[in-house]
Design a protein around this ligand. Structure first.
Ligand SMILES: Cc1cc2nc3c(=O)[nH]c(=O)nc-3n(C[C@H](O)[C@H](O)[C@H](O)COP(=O)(O)OP(=O)(O)OC[C@H]3O[C@@H](n4cnc5c(N)ncnc54)[C@H](O)[C@@H]3O)c2cc1C
Length: 530
């Protein structure tokens, strides 16, 4: 498919022109008194970098030089006092604020949507310190702008790790993870980001919301969890106290092969049910496994000689559309050994064929690079997107089948062919996350219309088959049409009331998370929720 497509590279930076910033004079005068010159930027490069995230429509537009809604100003706070001063002044002058972490979200989460007011992108990158660590209680207070590598380096120097490794780890921040309810690849061992929060600090137009560093509390609804997932619409998270754990003594990754996705799912389920969950499970279906096989270089010499009879044996045993599973174990050597023994026994029982450590090690080296293939594929005129969801164990197989079949049939009728693949990336006692990737040829001149039609088709299919609208990518603007279906009318009413109370003028990240009528006219193709 992409091989014969002509190359469509992005336009040069020089061809991108931004509209002049709209500046609120009173706000500018106030913040100039509070901040240093190098904390305020209105130059085109900074505004451009803060205009878009990493969704397909974002990348598509910026690659063509279409940047219609840049923020008017970028502010780089360095202290809590800086943040509070900016929020107070923005509230007084009715200026919008979009909290910005690493800009890696893929749901339209940091794109300016308000055309009437001045928009500030509040980039937290300078607030990136490990503030304190309580080694005995195993908690660490960390500023929200810390990028993954800096945060882990600071913790590891003290012998600890947060254990949160999303694929975007290198370029995303603690604040962004918290605001989007992110999930890392070791979530089976350490939980999603919301499971790790002990206390949080949120600066809102109505004041500072702070929770206390206590292991548990029965003081009403959990306010930490009101802030987690708030996507910058209630205020800005400046720091959080997180549960950390000792650096694992052993890290062991390896590969297994299953004859079918169903066999792999049975093995994963048995591990979870019997309480031997590995710290990492990535079970790829046959579509994704085939892609992985095709991306590998062909073995030569002795390796080829050894692999030939193994392949023959596996084919004979019914591995005709095999599924790869990467499995990881972390922790104290004795515990790891025990869990491994039990898990390997379960895999064997479910027709798992061991591929050894090399497969696991190769995966570990490439793990942060693979998702960026999307940008490369776009160079060749392809629409490529991901849909991630979670559902109960009872519905895992049926949802996987329904989604894969529906997209394959749609591709077949519209283009003759396309790609769809999936993996299980996170597991729970009650179910798991399914992560689908699909790609097809772009329809020239109708690329965004085509994308929104697929987005609607894919998300409707997920919702109809018992999945959540998003397991870890959040809502932003992309998933707004399904919000009511996800949380109910009354749930939305409650969210609106919280927003009104903390941000009465609606200055924080307008147009995200809570569906408002005006947002639909700003989307390329209006979507209906049913
Ligand atoms: C290649 C790639 C791989 C990815 N893999 C994963 C993955 O494995 N797991 C996963 O969960 N996600 C993944 N994502 C999505 C994305 O990385 C996450 O949503 C991440 O949590 C965003 O963090 P960020 O710092 O980049 O936030 P941004 O994109 O800057 O912001 C995201 C949202 O959070 C808000 N926000 C940011 N900082 C703050 C703050 N301090 N206070 C209040 N609100 C704030 C923003 O306003 C916005 O609404 C991936 C993205 C890409 C491009």
């Amino acid at each position: 498919m992409p091989a014969q497509s002509p190359k469509v590279p992005p336009v040069d930076r020089e061809r991108i022109r931004l509209s002049a910033p709209r500046l609120n004079a009173s706000f500018c005068a106030e913040i100039e008194k509070e901040l240093k010159c190098d904390q305020i930027a209105i130059d085109e490069d900074e505004r451009l970098l803060h205009s878009f995230g990493k969704s397909y429509p974002d990348l598509f537009r910026v690659r063509r030089g279409e940047v219609d809604h840049p923020p008017d100003m970028v502010i780089l706070p360095e202290t809590n006092a800086n943040v509070e001063a900016v929020v107070r002044s923005a509230h007084r002058n009715n200026v919008c604020i979009i909290p910005f972490g690493g800009g890696t979200n893929i749901v339209g989460g940091i794109n300016p949507m308000d055309n009437a007011r001045m928009v500030v992108s509040l980039d937290m990158r300078r607030m990136n310190r490990l503030v304190s660590i309580d080694a005995y209680s195993m908690t660490a207070t960390i500023q929200a702008g810390a990028l993954g590598p800096k945060l882990e380096k600071d913790l590891q120097e003290k012998g600890f790790s947060l254990g949160h490794f999303p694929d975007s780890f290198e370029f995303s921040t603690l604040g962004g993870w918290l605001a989007t309810r992110s999930a890392g690849m070791q979530s089976d061992a350490y939980g999603k980001i919301e499971d790790m929060v002990v206390a949080i600090r949120l600066v809102t137009p109505s004041g500072v919301l702070e929770t206390r560093v206590v292991p548990a509390s029965s003081a009403g609804p959990d306010l930490n969890q009101w802030v987690v997932g708030s996507e910058g619409i209630l205020g800005v998270i400046t720091e959080a106290t997180m549960r950390v754990h000792k650096n694992p003594a052993v890290k062991d990754y390896r590969g297994y092969l299953f004859p079918s996705f169903e066999d792999g799912v049975n093995a994963v389920y048995a591990c979870v049910e019997q309480n031997f969950p590995p710290s990492l499970i990535r079970l790829q279906d046959s579509g994704e496994s085939e892609l992985a096989f095709n991306m590998k270089s062909h073995p030569k010499g002795l390796r080829a000689l050894i692999q030939k009879p193994i392949k023959k044996y596996l084919l004979h045993k019914g591995y005709t559309a095999p599924c790869i599973m990467i499995v990881g174990f972390e922790g104290e050597s004795k515990n790891v050994k025990h869990s491994q023994l039990q898990a390997f026994r379960i895999f064997r029982k479910n027709k798992g064929f061991p591929l050894g450590k090399k497969v696991g090690q190769t995966w570990s080296v490439d793990k942060f690079n693979v998702p960026y293939l999307r940008d490369y594929i776009m160079d060749y005129g392809c629409m490529v997107d991901v849909s991630e969801t979670a559902t109960s164990w009872t519905q895992i197989i049926s949802l996987h089948r329904a989604f894969t079949q529906a997209i394959q049939e749609k591709f077949a009728s519209e283009f003759g062919h396309g790609y769809v693949g999936c993996h299980i990336s996170h597991t729970y006692k009650t179910g798991a996350c399914l992560y689908f990737t699909y790609a097809a040829r772009q329809l020239p001149g109708e690329e965004l219309k085509q994308y929104y039609a697929y987005k609607k088709f894919a998300t409707d299919t997920i919702m109809k088959n018992g999945g959540t609208v998003s397991h870890h990518h959040a809502i932003g603007t992309e998933h707004l049409p399904w919000m009511e279906q996800e949380v109910s009318k009354t749930g939305l009413q409650a969210l609106r009331a919280v927003k009104k109370s903390l941000d009465p003028q609606g200055i924080f990240n307008p147009g995200k998370l809570i569906p408002e009528v005006f947002i639909h006219s700003l989307l390329e193709q209006p979507l209906e929720s049913d």
